[in-house]
Design a protein around this ligand. Structure first.
Ligand code: TEU
Ligand code: CA
Length: 554
């Protein structure tokens, strides 16, 4: 076993974690101050979203200098200090590498846009306009509008899969690859243990640059498959040149990848990545309106079970799963799939039980471990460029939705839901900052915060501690086989884990209804009776209570 296979990894969004100097922005010294908290939770590693110099158009996913820490987070020395202190406590440190694109303020781009014949000219993807002067093709950017932006100095367009301030790097250029590899080696020299690789499956482009098949009513068409022909080759090279020689863990973000693609990316003998974040299981509540407008639907838990089970079985003995429900691009699970009012504790711990019972490495996003919820913000309280661009397009330009309809969807799924500051205690600004927080604290912080949760009889944090301990102490969770029971059941997730003569059952009610045991069409379930972990007190043999979750042994 590798260390990361036994690990639970804690994702930190530094901006919103803890502000140590009162400027309203979470920072690296703030993370150092909270290391004892992280140690208490029990995780083996932390992953920091980008802390490099950045204009923050996309909260650091627009990097201006890969070797500098943005002063708002502290100095490079602070990061070194964090790594040193974390290592003292046996906590590994994982950074986020944004290798698909840079900021338009990165000096590589500032030079590149000046002319067609300088050292950096070929660092990005430049194409001539169509004869009528329009963009080279109809590709849409993820954050709205065309994926191409015109630059008069070159009389050319550059490609950007995300915002226009995030130009895509040209990975076909070997010097670009070396620049990225070198930046990663630089951070290794500072003690970094591994990488989360932002949209790494998008680094290779479709080199024909042909129009995507037209979609009625859409001027720009979102790409269905963003993995180009050289993706595996480039990732293999990254593995050979950086990850393997320097023994660094890797988890790649794989937005559009199928399960087969995930397997290719993570099968050890292919020497690409250790793990990849698949998106499929997070689409169970996504919908699109008749005119392509944003929409959500009631989560389809049958589909959730299917997708997770497929991942478990397809990767079994071949590769390793990265497990998550929340992150900085996802909203809070009790609000999204559970019940964030009456059954907040129960639903938070129910989904946690499902995740930590599976085979793979669980990732926990800051605040998830105390059951934080989505704030119901008004339009003017949102910060995210993706959301704002989408509002501009869907509500203001195309009038596909009213503001209220738009907000109803975003209250469920907006990325900003999880980016509100961490709620530490009931004091001013939830104890996050002595100054004015860069982003508004969820007004429910008096109710939901670390201090209060840890004193409560129903502590989500305590439940996470117990789950994480189980992952560390019980090989059955890391090495045991997986088998789903009652796959047809829409309300209850039940699966077995088996290792040698140990046999466990993970049993979770995904609803706020009470479900009679007699409804569960399996003879096997009753064979398990010894409680390993349970989010209710006292065992009820006849029924599963709302969001009841339990791991039982035979
Ligand atoms: O996210 C990639 C990605 O696919 C997102 O666009 C995601 O689908 C979307 O946010 C869902 O609403 C990564 C980072 O995690 C994200 O924070 C960045 O904005 C993005 O890349 C660009 O770097
Ligand atoms: Ca600060």
């Amino acid at each position: 076993m590798k260390w990361w296979q036994k690990a639970v990894i804690y994702e930190i969004y530094p901006k919103s974690f803890y502000d140590s100097n009162g400027d309203g922005i979470g920072d690296i010294p703030g993370i150092i101050k909270k290391l004892p908290y992280i140690k208490d939770l029990g995780v083996y590693a932390i992953w920091l979203t980008p802390i490099y110099l950045s204009p923050q158009v996309d909260n650091g996913y627009d990097v201006a200098d890969y070797r500098k820490v943005d002063p708002m987070f502290g100095a490079t020395d602070d990061l070194k200090e964090l790594i040193k202190e974390a290592h003292k406590q046996n906590i590994k440190v994982i950074l986020d590498m944004v290798a698909n694109h840079t900021s338009d303020q990165c000096v590589w781009f500032r030079e590149s846009k000046k002319s067609k014949d300088n050292y950096f000219s070929d660092f990005y993807i430049w194409k001539d306009p169509k004869p009528d002067g329009s963009a080279p093709n109809n590709w849409a950017a993820s954050f709205g509008g065309s994926a191409w932006t015109y630059v008069p100095e070159r009389n050319q367009y550059y490609l950007h899969y995300y915002a226009s301030q995030q130009p895509d790097l040209n990975w076909e250029n070997p010097i670009v690859r070396q620049y990225i590899f070198d930046a990663m080696r630089y951070w290794k020299a500072q003690g970094v243990d591994g990488w989360r690789l932002d949209v790494i499956t998008q680094i290779s482009k479709d080199l024909t640059f042909k129009d995507a098949p037209k979609v009625p009513g859409k001027k720009y068409v979102p790409l269905k498959n963003t993995s180009g022909p050289h993706m595996h080759k480039f990732i293999h090279e990254l593995n050979r040149e950086v990850l393997s020689p320097f023994d660094m863990m890797s988890v790649g973000e794989a937005p559009n990848s199928s399960i087969d693609e995930i397997l290719k990316l993570t099968a050890p003998e292919r020497e690409e990545l250790d793990m990849a974040f698949s998106f499929e299981h997070m689409r169970i509540d996504k919908a699109t309106g008749p005119n392509g407008e944003l929409a959500v639907k009631k989560p389809d838990f049958k589909q959730l079970k299917d997708v997770l089970s497929k991942m478990q079985t397809k990767l079994a003995n071949k590769a390793w799963n990265a497990l998550y429900f929340e992150n900085h691009d996802r909203s809070r699970i009790p609000s999204r799939w559970g019940d964030d009012k009456k059954y907040r504790y129960e639903s938070a711990t129910a989904f946690a039980t499902i995740l930590h019972g599976l085979c793979g490495t669980p990732f926990v996003f800051q605040g998830e471990e105390i059951g934080m919820t989505n704030p119901q913000y008004d339009m003017n309280q949102y910060e995210d460029i993706e959301l704002k661009n989408s509002y501009q397009e869907q509500v203001e330009e195309k009038k596909l939705l009213t503001t209220k309809e738009f907000l109803d969807v975003e209250h469920k799924i907006a990325r900003d839901n999880s980016r509100a500051p961490m709620q530490w205690n009931s004091s001013k600004n939830a104890g996050f900052s002595q100054g004015t927080p860069w982003y508004q604290v969820n007004p429910n912080y008096d109710e939901i915060n670390v201090e209060k949760d840890r004193q409560s009889k129903k502590s989500v944090f305590k439940y996470y501690q117990d789950l994480i301990k189980l992952r560390h102490n019980e090989d059955i969770l890391t090495e045991g086989t997986y088998k789903e029971l009652i796959p047809e059941d829409e309300n209850v997730f039940a699966y077995k884990r088996d290792l040698n003569d140990k046999h466990w059952l993970v049993l979770v009610n995904l609803t706020s209804k009470t479900i009679p045991m007699a409804d569960l069409k399996s003879d096997e379930i009753k064979n398990y009776s010894k409680i390993i972990i349970h989010n209710y007190e006292g065992q009820e043999e006849k029924q599963l209570r709302p969001y009841e979750a339990v791991i039982l042994a035979k």
